[in-house]
Every structure is written in C-alpha cells, then in structure tokens.
Write a protein that binds this ligand. Structure first.
Ligand code: THU
Length: 135
C-alpha cells in the first residue's frame, strides 16, 4: 500500500472523530507488516482525561486483534476537520509506537492531504526513546 492510499484511509477515519470539546478532529491509519490497515479517530470525554488520541485508538484496535508488527501510520488532523498544519503525534502516542515498532524502520506520515505530506521514522520523532529493548 502506498502513502496516498494510507492517507486516504486516515482522512476517512477522521470523519469519525468524537470531539465535542476541542473540535480538533484527528484520523489515523495504521499499516501492519502483512498489509492490513486499522483506522482510528480521537475520542473525547466530558471528564477530559479519558480522551484517547486517534493514533492510540488505531494501535489498541490492532493490538487487541493480535497484531504486533507494524510498518507505518498516516495521521491527519485539523480544527473542525480543516487542516492548516501537520498534526504530529503527541508524546504518549509516540511512546505507544515505541512499544510495538522498530524506531529505525517505522514510518510516521503526517499529512495535510493525499498530495501534501511528510514522512519521518519513529526514531526521528522520538530520539533516544525508551522501549522494550531497554528492559
Ligand atoms: N489528539 C490526537 O488524536 N492525536 C495526537 O497525537 C494529538 C492530540 C487529539 C486529542 C484531543 O481529542 C484533540 O486532539 C485535542 O488535543
């Protein structure tokens, strides 16, 4: 699957965002090494802290279905679904990626549209990250 296809699925996922408080909609599409995609959106909560980011929704869906090996994630964000800038994953989501992904190989695609996107490795996003190899 190419980056454009993965971004398209992240854009689809963003439509499902449940964001009555921030109105900031995020969608993610997580690609497994076998080529399967798990989509996720952010899910907010009246008590605020139970809010789950789109990236973690995608990871937890995949891991809870038995997936353990991942290739890439595409992320799209934007206030009321209208992106003006790249939506980078928060620190907590980067740490969750660190648990399941090879930081030198896992690709994080931050996109504004299918045509406009950036690609970085997890190691570039989370330098000197702490992961399973450290224990
Ligand atoms: N959010 C994500 O879904 N992913 C991130 O990496 C950053 C933040 C969500 C959480 C909350 O619903 C909204 O964006 C504003 O913080």
């Amino acid at each position: 699957m190419d980056n454009k296809e993965l971004i398209k699925l992240a854009l689809e996922a963003r439509q499902m965002a449940y964001v009555p408080y921030s109105k900031y909609m995020v969608g993610a599409a997580l690609l497994t090494k076998q080529g399967k995609v798990y989509k996720g959106c952010n899910i907010e909560n009246a008590a605020y802290t139970p809010t789950n980011c789109a990236e973690r929704t995608a990871f937890f869906k995949a891991v809870s279905e038995g997936e353990r090996e991942f290739d890439a994630i595409a992320i799209v964000g934007g206030y009321k679904g209208n992106p003006t800038d790249y939506a980078y994953p928060c620190g907590v989501c980067r740490q969750v990626m660190m648990e399941f992904c090879n930081p030198e190989k896992f690709r994080v695609i931050t996109a504004i549209s299918e045509e406009q996107y950036l690609e970085q490795t997890l190691a570039e996003m989370l330098p000197h990250g702490f992961g399973p190899k450290n224990l």
